[in-house]
Design a protein around this ligand. Sequence first.
Ligand SMILES: Cc1cc2nc3c(=O)[nH]c(=O)nc-3n(C[C@H](O)[C@H](O)[C@H](O)COP(=O)(O)O)c2cc1C
Length: 366
Amino acid sequence: MIRSVTAQSPSSRATPPAPVIDMSTDLAGVLLPSPVLTASGCAGAGRELDQFFDITEIGAVVTKSIMLDPRSGRGTPRMAETPSGMLNSIGLQGPGVEVFLDKDLAWLRERGARAVVSIAGGSVDDFTRLASRLRHVSDIAAIEVNISCPNVESRGHVFACDPVAAADVIAAVRRNTAPGVPVFAKLSPDVTDIVAIAHSVVDAGADGLSMINTLLGMVIDTDTMRPALAGITGGLSGPAIRPVAVRCVYQVHAALPHIPILGMGGIRTGLDALEFVLAGASAVSVGTVSFHDPSAPARVARELAQALADRGFGSLTEAVGYAHRSHTAVPSARAERVYSPDGTQHPREAVEVEDLDPEFEAGAEG
Ligand SMILES: Cc1cc2nc3c(=O)[nH]c(=O)nc-3n(C[C@H](O)[C@H](O)[C@H](O)COP(=O)(O)O)c2cc1C
């Protein structure tokens, strides 16, 4: 699945024009012209992807999670292929915040790209110091707080899996971040009740939610009969996790409809992105697919615009959370066709929805 790629000539960047549709989105007060962002850790600081498309045209680059000090990450092998996905245990390798600011953020600023800075730490104090360091740095559109890290002060329990620890981190970051810069808490799907974690971080001051981070997984090499990754377990990403991610976004949007969600997990195409938007995401991040198609963020943005136009939406915002609404199988009078999830088209009347059984709506079937 992973292959090395080489830069294309500028002429090969030529792409068909996107349909005219308002794709702008508001992420907790930050207005982005496009709802498609990169996913943290899958695009560095955007420099490599800029060879394949104009990085200033996507919503923002979400940078690899940065820590206070340089880290070499985990041992190798750090990646394993899985059915429709990928397992990684990079271990937050990075240059530390000072080098990040001097090199990566400076490059993004010079290039004119919007930056969402992802931060990670092993203690509440780490997060506090990182947020304080970033407080007076200009040109940061938002902070994404990667709370899927082990808390060194609590026997390595992951912050994102404990509502109190997650809230402590978010409260500290919010307190130490400039008021105009939104703080997004990045949630882990490895919890029994993601809605409870979402409530907890929002109560602690999160302005928005990013979801989902990778799921904890493991591969055993049947030749060596040992774990395939040096880190033994790793984070599962790619299309294999998309239904889990869509479910998380749907559940959290139902509970907290006014909190903006940046959705991610296995998005490869515009239709994949549309699923997240219909579930309640105001924007999406494109991650693993970029390893084999580095032009994916720009392509997904075009395809999403087309998919919205095909379904009669005049703007992205009209579609956010659409899957929660009953009685309206088509978005507006503009729609001449409606689409089933399998991609087939029907006359509008044929798919008008009935009231759902309340038990079914509550997810009682599973
Ligand atoms: C190689 C790799 C490195 C990642 N590094 C980070 C990271 O530094 N911080 C973070 O919050 N998420 C990180 N992620 C998770 C992604 O941002 C994203 O949440 C997840 O992969 C699901 O999206 P995808 O299936 O489109 O990749 C990483 C994922 C991959 C595959």
